[in-house]
Design a protein around this ligand. Structure first.
Ligand code: CAA
Length: 240
């Protein structure tokens, strides 16, 4: 029986590449999405990966969604908390709504995704958790006080979970992608994006598949001693 992997925000961008790479590596994958039905339908048609719709910011929706996935596919052994949004604005213009939306999806959403699967992982003495953080959680970013706070928070989450899960053979690790060629980065004004690319020594944006490769590595059954770590994948833009 193949292991079941849950990828939040798994039908587009980095998440879609992760879902696909996990499927190609032999996992049974459930990809969640929040709103874009057309993209999800297209994704399922082209990959055969099942998609499930819920809002990760809502604990009850996450819990019942996860119950549905487990009823249909089996116990979830791998969780990739990838779903994330931006609401960029300089701090003096940032509204409480922009703050709360980003905290709800990117940070509380990680809690809501992992918490319902945690007891099962402890019982079965196996679990692999990967949280997709960001270069901007490591270095901060103009106009991203909200987003950077959540992505720095992800690192605290995995470092704490790593200690709690270690004796149950559960690992929790983070990946900090730099600027990757996805809709999220393409939404940045072109002039700003060009200036960002000029700061990347590799001279280009990253590809979603380059992040997916790191996920496949971290969730392997044999990766049990890699726990609480942060992998940076940013083309040498920011070295920690
Ligand atoms: N550093 C310093 N100053 C900056 C700056 C920067 N990085 N970016 C903009 N500014 C300055 C501008 O030059 C401008 O200054 P002046 O008023 O003196 O001209 C001021 O800040 C911005 O003022 P605006 O009124 O034009 O700002 P705005 O309210 O229209 O907001 C913005 C524009 C939201 C900041 C827009 O420039 C933007 O989206 N920037 C990109 C932010 C970014 O990098 N987001 C990352 C998204 S990708 C992602 O998040 C994925 C990941 O994990 C990597």
């Amino acid at each position: 029986m193949s292991r079941v992997a849950l990828v939040t925000g798994g039908s587009r961008g980095i998440g879609a590449a992760i879902s696909t790479a996990l499927k190609e590596s032999g996992y049974t994958v459930a990809a969640t999405y929040a709103g874009n039905d057309d993209a999800a339908t297209q994704f399922t048609e082209s990959t055969g990966i099942k998609t499930y719709k819920w809002n990760v910011a809502d604990y009850e929706a996450s819990k019942s969604g996860i119950e549905k996935v487990e009823a249909e596919l089996g116990p979830i052994d791998v969780v990739v908390a990838n779903a994330g949004i931006t609401r960029d604005a300089p701090f003096h213009k940032m509204t409480p709504d922009q703050w709360n939306e980003v905290i709800g999806t990117n940070l509380t959403g990680v809690f809501n995704t992992i918490h319902p699967v945690w007891p099962g992982m402890r019982e079965r003495k196996f679990g692999r958790i990967v949280v997709i953080s960001s270069i901007n959680g490591q270095k901060g970013q103009f106009a991203q006080v909200n987003y950077a706070a959540t992505k720095a928070g992800d690192l605290g989450i995995v470092k704490s979970l790593a200690q709690e899960g270690a004796r149950s053979n559960i690992t929790a690790n983070a990946i900090c992608p730099g600027y990757i060629a996805t809709d999220m980065v393409m939404a940045v004004p072109e002039k700003v994006r060009d200036s960002i690319i000029s700061q990347i020594p590799t001279g280009r944006l990253g590809e979603p598949e380059e992040i997916a490769r790191a996920v496949v590595f971290l969730v392997n059954d044999d990766a049990g001693f890699i726990n609480g770590s942060t992998i940076t994948a940013n083309g040498a833009q920011h070295l920690v």
